[in-house]
Design a binder for this molecule. Sequence first.
Ligand code: AMP
Length: 225
Amino acid sequence: MIPGVRLVVLGKQGAGKGTQCVRLSHHYVVPHVSTGDMLRGEVKSKTPFGVRAQSMMDQGELLPDDLVMEMVGGRLAERDARGRGFVLDGCPRTTAQAKGLEEIVHPFGLDLVINLEIDTSLVMKRLASRRVCVDCGANYSTAAPPMVNWTCDVCGGEVVQREDDTEEAIERRLDLYEAETAPLIAWYSERDLLVPVNGTGSPDAVTRRVVGAIDTRRQIPRSLS
Ligand code: AMP
């Protein structure tokens, strides 16, 4: 039986986090916990929280740490995540969130933090051509569309360009990534949790690298790595 995992995946917007996290959640049989997907769900259902969150999300701004961490704490307290672990995608995005997560996962902690590395020039290209399913969040691109007329291959939902994949919002999100999220690389490195993985190449090649990195790392006692 494959052991579960308690994993965070970091990486710039467009680094391929969403695609890789879905694959990792299947591989390790743990839930894929994406704060972006959860928030888009709130927006779609027009909950009071979703209504307030929508304009900030469309502009590429970050939502308040306490609201996001409450949502994440609730999700990680569910039976599946407590039992086998999780692949956390899109969180933490700030040091305050990383500290909040430390409290949420105490006393077990995280197993690993993967940093998917990719050049900003590639990211801009990927984001401009990205298309997503409004229902299940599956990722496509203009170069690799769904099989039939922008209808999701997985769930039959409509496949569209995200509201925050405009040039302006992409720039804002990348700026926020550099200012707020990139410092987490050093933060997790100091805690001996960070594993950098090259995020360029085909999705299959990247998955092989990530799974290889996780499995190798799990065989090495922390004190020797
Ligand atoms: P994503 O799909 O991860 O790119 O997230 C889409 C948008 O949701 C972000 O641009 C933010 O507006 C919001 N968001 C997602 N995760 C977080 C988070 N951890 N902290 C704050 N805002 C978030």
